[in-house]
Design a protein around this ligand. Sequence first.
Ligand SMILES: [Ca+2]
Length: 121
Amino acid sequence: MQPVTIIVDTEEKFSSIKFPGQKSITYQLSADGNQQWCDWFIKTSPKGYWNPLASVIGLRMKNVKCFCLCGCYNDDISTAFAIGEDCQIIADQDGYLSFFANDSDNYYNNNRGSIGWRLQC
Ligand SMILES: [Ca+2]
């Protein structure tokens, strides 16, 4: 399959762009590490950054950095996994993959920017 470019907007709790995932297929996800997005006034890469306040309030994905690029199946946060800038996953279920910047549920309104990355299987 040709690589697909997907744009993930930081304001979306689940990306509006979905990708049909298939169980047992390996997906390579990679973002250009030079891209940045912005949490309030803090610019960061898709690897995210240590945000002690957000950790206290509670991030959607616990023990994953704030603004780390994450993915999940069927907009279900319980299936979420961290991606960062580069990740290879073997899908453990069928379902639509969607993506998001890890943040606290009620603090998406101060997010700005988007990051494009490539998905290949
Ligand atoms: Ca935020």
